[in-house]
Design a protein around this ligand. Structure first.
Ligand code: ASP
Ligand code: MG
Length: 449
């Protein structure tokens, strides 16, 4: 094993390995520079995890026929890939057998549904990544590459609290590489892991980015590359706004704010381990591998606004009460209600006689509102949207709040939040006003700097 600074982690998402053709294309990118090594983390082929979720849903409902239909369709798709991906009869034979075994395993869940539960569901969900990595690793081996497949079930574990057990991950990964030092390319599954009880589990949907960042941080690699099929992060949502531009560099905190606020390119929690280990994360585009992408590291470009992002489907709840005036403990009572209802609050604004909060999970809205009514007059606004401006916005950098607010002079703004972090100002607007809010912020903040 070379030291971490001679290694890169490269993570490829579902569409990047979405067909045999795409697998062959991305496999070319794995090749390390002389004297270096690559650690590749792969998602399941696009659509597969959704199909596996569907299979589990049928099995929860005891509908074996529904489950079998999805399994058969998925199997056929994979069998068709074998011919396209492998050139030699030996590898074709080996992979057909592997796939038959995997799909027979999936079918075995349909045979006895008496104990079907979350543990079984997770074993089903894990198969997408197990299949994609085995296919790619065998393709590389057929091509004569010096590549080794490692099981993420041995490398990644969560602790009692359900969070990744970083010490375990570091020890296990370092140990496996020490035992197998001389490969050019290591491959493992994103997303899947074992939990504290040793059962197959996962890091939640979209969790492959998280795996890549955990492994990169564990090995202190030179860089963690997240390959998708867009050209890095943009300074606004290109689907909504005209004239967006790629952002070349972000501070870890700026990236975390953006990831949460709907810049879907990166799993929100995943960059924490990279940030703590100080390993830079680079977002790259498989469709344009030479493009510079977006680099996320600990550098802060002073006094620069980087991007605007929006989060949809926000509900705003306002509680007004004269009892709040000069009282203490009022906010605690309000927050306790949200805590009891396991609903997290995103934005908060308070005045002396009222408080407004936003939530994005409405499942327990009625219960929350009924409880809050004990303490004041409650008003609910649905179909709202949080628009956030991200950059170096510490209070010493005068003028940025004014610029952002001026841009919104014609838009009814429901809430403004500034000062919660050094990197963000958030505005709550009606969903109907989202497009023009984003556009006017882009036009004002990013006009030819
Ligand atoms: N395959 C998983 C999903 O679709 C994990 C990932 O792709 O990151 O959510
Ligand atoms: Mg993803």
């Amino acid at each position: 094993m070379k030291s971490g600074n001679h290694m890169k982690v490269m993570k490829f998402g579902g569409t990047s390995v979405g067909s045999p053709q795409r697998m062959k294309e991305v496999a070319r990118l794995f090749q390390p520079a002389p004297g270096e090594q690559t650690f590749v983390v792969l998602s399941a082929m696009s659509g597969t995890t959704n199909s596996l979720v569907e299979i589990a849903d049928y099995l929860y409902r005891k509908n074996t026929e529904g489950a079998s239909n999805v399994i058969n369709k998925l199997e056929q798709k994979y069998l068709d890939h074998v011919e396209e991906l492998y050139a030699t009869p030996a590898f074709r034979e080996k992979m057909l057998q592997f796939l038959h075994e995997k799909f027979d395993y999936l079918r075995s869940f349909t045979e006895d549904l008496t104990n079907f539960g979350t543990a079984e569901e997770k074993m089903i969900l894990a198969q997408g990544e197990i299949i994609s990595t085995t296919m790619v690793a065998n393709y590389l081996q057929e091509q004569g590459q010096h590549a080794l497949l490692l099981s993420a079930l041995d490398l990644v574990r969560t602790g009692e609290n359900g969070e990744p057990d970083f010490n375990f991950i570091r020890e296990a990964t370092v140990k496996r590489l020490r035992e197998n030092p001389d490969y050019d390319i290591y491959i493992t599954q994103g997303f899947i892991c074992r939990n504290a009880r040793g059962e197959v589990d996962n890091l939640q949907r979209g969790g492959s980015d998280y795996t890549a960042c955990l492994i990169g941080a564990a090995l202190m690699t030179e860089e963690i590359q997240i390959w998708t099929d867009i050209d890095g992060m943009h300074n606004n949502d290109p689907r909504v706004v005209e004239h967006t531009e790629p952002v070349r560099q972000l501070h870890f905190e700026e990236a975390a704010e953006l990831a949460y606020f709907g810049a879907k390119i990166l799993h929100p929690t995943c960059i924490q381990p990279a940030k703590f280990a100080g390993v830079p994360v680079r977002l790259l585009n498989t469709m344009d591998p030479a493009a510079p992408g977006t680099l996320i590291n600990n550098d802060l470009q002073r006094g620069t606004i980087k991007a605007v992002a929006a989060k949809d489907n926000i509900t705003c709840i306002q509680i007004q009460s004269s009892r709040m005036l000069l009282a203490y403990g009022f906010l605690r009572k309000v927050f306790e209600i949200f805590e009891q209802c396991q609903t997290s609050i995103d934005m908060i604004c308070t005045s002396e006689v009222g408080v407004s909060v936003t939530i994005d999970n409405r499942t327990r809205l009625t219960e929350i509102v009924n409880e809050l009514k004990k303490y004041g007059t409650v008003e609910v606004d649905e179909n709202m949207c949080i628009v956030c401006v991200v950059g170096d916005l510490a209070s010493g950098n005068v003028g940025f709040e004014t610029q952002a607010c001026m841009a919104l002079q014609d838009i009814p703004v429901r809430m403004i939040s500034y000062g919660g972090s050094h990197y963000n100002i958030s505005f709550l607007v009606k969903a109907d006003d989202k497009k023009r809010t984003l556009q006017t912020l882009s036009d004002t903040l990013f006009k030819k700097r």
